[in-house]
Design a protein around this ligand. Structure first.
Ligand SMILES: NC(=O)c1ccc[n+]([C@@H]2O[C@H](COP(=O)([O-])OP(=O)(O)OC[C@H]3O[C@@H](n4cnc5c(N)ncnc54)[C@H](O)[C@@H]3O)[C@@H](O)[C@H]2O)c1
Length: 350
């Protein structure tokens, strides 16, 4: 178990999201970005020049450094578990970009390796800490919605063909694990299940309609939650020009809607002081509706700072691997249902 006073970070993957991790790390007190790794050396060098850390190209070597305590995994999704296991075996805590990996077997592998090596594993789902998400969670926990009836996630975004062509791993089953669901909608599917609780069954259709890719760019699923509520998940990267991701939560005593981290409707049968102000909540930007780089660093900072606090205090991970795995399982159930043309019940066999 690492014991350095200043917690050292190593980032693997210096493409689009790596620099966000570096900036988030640099904004947290008592930690230091020690090394940044990419198989493309120029990317590691560029990130190091801009945000610090020593550039390197071999993650297996990097994770063994004594001055690194926490490893951030920012590589293609189907590589996350492999790198997480290497970091865990070297005794390092792991923070993994979404999705945790693209199969349940891989998710379980990194979860098991972190447990066995007594290190923490945290997933990245920065929307959970948005003000609007926390408000809705609090109201749900307080029972303000009454009997939960319907809950939906709508992610109608746009990605160009150039975006898909910008990396060989993108939109491949092997390394992206899917398309509009596994890459983009995963954030909001995580949020939906975090708020509503476990999904019991799924009936889905998927299609590839606006891009030349092997995975889906359109998906629609009817979801039944274990608590009896029903709802839909719609995810696409084929809806030009893209709209803010939206969640709707309804019960027989209340309704809340959420867009880009902000509560936009807040209505309950039993009103409480302060209710009027909630739908005015400050915008928490995560506006990647058409631009994959339009992401705020703040969400990542909160996610990473949560793990730092847990490491320092000896507390459990703020977003354990088992939690990060849930959205992956729901998405795999959607793919299975669409492929087999039938309702699929959870849990899936891993
Ligand atoms: N949380 C978010 O909002 C968010 C946003 C974007 C991407 N992501 C996730 O981050 C991950 C990376 O996405 P991206 O868009 O940054 O991809 P990217 O292709 O831009 O970057 C990935 C980098 O990993 C490097 N890499 C590949 N194999 C490697 C290896 N063996 N060792 C070291 N480096 C290696 C590549 O060279 C590349 O530079 C994905 O899992 C994606 O889902 C999350």
């Amino acid at each position: 178990m690492p014991t350095n006073d200043i917690l050292g970070f190593g980032v693997i993957g210096c493409g689009v999201i790596g620099p966000w991790h570096a900036q988030a790390i640099n904004s947290i007190e008592g930690v230091k970005l020690i090394a940044v790794c990419d198989v493309i050396e120029e990317r590691a060098k560029k990130l190091a020049e801009e945000h610090g850390g020593e550039p390197c190209t071999d993650y297996n070597e990097m994770v063994k450094r004594d001055d690194i305590d926490i490893v951030n995994i920012c590589t293609p999704s189907g590589m996350h578990a492999e790198m997480g296991v290497a970091a865990a075996e070297a005794g390092k805590h792991v923070i993994s970009e979404k999705p945790l990996d693209v199969t349940l077997e891989a998710c379980d592998r990194v979860i098991e390796a972190c447990k066995r090596n007594n290190v923490l594993l945290a997933g990245i789902f920065q929307n959970r800490s948005a003000e609007g998400s926390l408000r809705i969670k609090e109201a749900l926990d307080a029972g303000r919605f009454g009997k939960l009836t319907m809950a939906d996630a709508y992610v109608k975004w746009w990605r160009t063909q150039e975006y898909y062509d910008s990396g060989e791993w993108r939109a491949t089953w092997e390394l992206d694990g899917g398309g509009a669901l596994m890459n983009q909608s995963v954030h909001y599917i995580d949020l939906l299940q975090w708020l509503m609780g476990p999904v019991k069954s799924i009936y889905a259709r998927t299609a590839t309609l606006a891009h030349t890719i092997e995975v889906e760019d359109c998906a629609a699923a009817v979801v039944t939650f274990e608590n009896g509520a029903i709802g839909v998940i719609e995810g696409t990267t084929a809806a030009h020009p893209g709209s803010p991701a939206r969640l709707e939560i309804h019960g027989d005593q209340g309704t809340a809607t959420w867009e880009n981290g902000r509560v936009t409707t807040w209505k309950f049968a039993e009103e409480k002081e302060g209710d009027d102000a909630v739908a005015e909540a400050k915008k928490f930007a995560d506006g990647a509706v058409s631009d994959p780089r339009a992401i705020a660093v703040e969400g990542h900072r909160r996610n990473i700072a949560g793990l730092v606090d847990a490491v320092r205090s000896g507390s459990p991970s703020p977003l354990p691997g088992e939690e990060a795995r849930k959205a992956v399982e729901i998405i795999l159930a959607i793919y299975k249902s669409a492929k087999e043309g039938r309702e699929v019940t959870l849990p899936l066999e891993s």
